[in-house]
Design a protein around this ligand. Structure first.
Ligand SMILES: [Ca+2]
Ligand SMILES: [Ca+2]
Ligand SMILES: [Ca+2]
Length: 406
């Protein structure tokens, strides 16, 4: 779907940028362009900011008396402007988007048709919801994770490119649960209940401070006031993963790989909802793993496990939790190709058979029909209950233009 619309977009862009060569750029002494006030989108019926000037900062389902042919435009709003060939923001005849102007940059070219205009926060909202379409079946039993609203349907949190957080409950809908600022976090994980109120929580690492924050789940998909979980130094960890109760004391734990040593550490959850003294789980080499996920109990022995992707081979490994709260001998569950995955998501039981599953979003390396370059596809994998995964099921390619799914 994305490829199709991108192609039509490209042809439109071609028309505009071809004529714009040498014209667009930092505003020279073009009095007409500077007629467009800050905070507005302006378009002119002719090239080089000549002709009638349209000036708006609100959506326009039709262009009304301004007509539909434009030769130049500038976006001086703080939003992304979506310009559509058809009226009513109908995207499938073609559209293109214009980011807020940087240093007075503007675009001029041969006449192009615009029948409607809309302002959005993220590029994908020109043609679809800010959040992706997530569907899950109701599980016969509560997984204990992957279910923020406690209805036994695996749900997801999605961060968009504007730093907002969306809750997708598993019925194709989505709801805003974080109004902004989430792009200040450089790690987001969820798996289980850290605050010990029976509701699943989120842990986030703040990029600017290296602090670790606990966002207690409200039990409805939203998150409550955050609490400090780690006062600093967490940027020294290359990866963190919430895995559930690995130490087997009834409390959810956190795993982290130390950048400088490649060691894998367990940070046990405490009775007060904090993290206790860390314990060494892996003596080295864990920097060779470029993704970790806490899938729950994948091999059906009642203990939570760990999934890790090996960077050098693209293999996926399962590290089973043991009776003593450590990790046992690893087992190969993905023989290769996992480097074409951008995000491995521990979803809990998505398929509704009571077994923990896995989901993934592809990156640029993903191949479809022999052709590389297919990011943004959702692939789901049914857990077999033995530790292994069923064949990947390619769902839809609308998971692009996001900034994380967990
Ligand atoms: Ca749910
Ligand atoms: Ca297990
Ligand atoms: Ca399942």
């Amino acid at each position: 779907m994305r490829a199709a619309i991108r192609r039509s977009l490209a042809s439109l862009l071609g028309a505009v940028t071809l004529g714009a060569a040498g014209l667009a750029g930092a505003a020279p002494a073009q009095a007409a362009v500077t007629d467009c006030p800050s905070g507005y989108f302006c378009a002119w019926t002719k090239e080089n900011a000549q002709g009638t000037m349209l000036k708006t900062r609100t959506d326009m389902p039709t262009m009304g008396s301004y007509g539909t042919r434009y030769g130049s435009y500038i976006n001086r709003t703080s939003s992304i402007a979506c310009m559509y060939t058809s009226a009513d923001y109908y995207p499938w005849d073609g559209y293109w988007s214009e980011n807020p102007s940087v240093n007075g940059s503007w675009t001029s070219g041969s006449n192009t048709v615009m029948n409607s205009l809309k302002f959005v926060r993220t590029d994908r909202e020109c043609s679809r919801n800010a959040y992706p379409d997530w569907w899950s079946e109701t599980s016969p039993k509560a997984a204990g994770f992957g279910d923020l609203d406690g209805n036994r349907k695996a749900d997801l949190l999605v961060r968009d490119e504007a730093g907002r957080l969306w809750f997708t409950p598993g019925d194709s809908t989505g709801r805003l649960v974080g109004a902004g600022g989430w792009n200040g976090m450089n790690a987001l994980v969820r798996h289980g209940d850290f605050s010990r109120d029976g509701k699943e929580d989120v842990i986030a690492r703040e990029a600017s401070t290296g602090k670790l924050w606990l966002y207690p789940g409200t039990g409805t998909g939203g998150l409550g006031a955050r609490k400090l979980l780690g006062s600093g130094g967490w940027n020294g960890m290359s990866r963190i993963a919430a895995v559930g109760d690995l130490s087997r004391d009834g409390r959810a734990d956190l795993l982290a790989v130390e950048k400088s040593t490649g060691k894998l550490w367990l940070y046990p959850g405490t009775a007060s909802g904090g993290l206790g003294a860390r314990k060494l789980l892996g003596t080295g080499g864990w920097n060779g793993m470029n993704a970790l996920a806490g899938p729950g109990d994948m091999n059906g022995d009642g203990r939570v496990d760990l999934i890790a992707r090996e960077a050098s081979t693209g293999k996926l490994w399962l590290y089973p939790g043991t009776t003593t709260g450590t990790l046992g001998a690893r087992k190969l569950i993905g023989s290769g190709g996992w480097n074409a995955i951008e995000t491995i998501i521990a979803v809990g039981d998505r398929s509704g058979d009571g077994r923990a599953d896995l989901a993934a979003v592809t990156n640029e390396n993903y191949v479809i029909d022999g052709f590389r370059g297919n990011p943004g596809w959702l692939i789901t994998y049914n857990g077999l209950g033995t530790g292994g995964l069923g064949a990947g099921d390619r769902r839809d390619g609308e998971w692009w233009g996001l900034d994380g799914v967990f």
